[in-house]
Write a new protein. Sequence first.
Length: 217
Amino acid sequence: MPLDRQLILRHAFCVLNEAGLEGLTLRRLAARLHVQAPAIYWHFKSKQDLLDEMGTQVLLEALADEPEWRELTSWQELAFVYCVSLRRAFLRYRDGAKMASGTYLTDTKMYEAMEMSLRKFTSAGFSLRRAVVALTTLYSYTVGFVIEEQAMQSAPGVANEQYTLEAREQRVNKELYPLAAAAGVEMFTNHDSRFEEGVGFIVAGIASVLSQSCMAD
């Protein structure tokens, strides 16, 4: 099969899932494709160039998950769907959030989504600056949450033994630190509900700031 960017990307995601971000090297990828590393450099000038393409693809997948974004009636709905879709896309791949963070966008379709999101926020009364702060805060929360979530797994769906509740209970003295010990159940289980509750906290805070700003005006 002729070597092209899409074939390389497909195998790069396989290597990412098998070996994690640190194990994703062009040498390992070349070996998987049965080619020499220079053949990959013909299509991607560096590992970062490859990661930017991979990260952009993951972000595009998040958009594809919610084809009806334009029909959302409020900025609050958009904020929630935005975060949930991002997290879902990140979780498809080992180290997905870490890999996609800081992505240099390689597809201008992402700017269409950015324009639509900013328009939704500014139409609700946000200044452009506050709309940017709100969206980047939601993005950063999602990336950070998923990086921590995925650190608890040795591979997608496979628990890291260091982060099991049983291992934690052996390390935390319940008599000295009763609240810290009890918090383990909240920290290491129910990721979906905890993530969505966190988004709710952020959205409520943003709404409060917007309300105060409108009252001041």
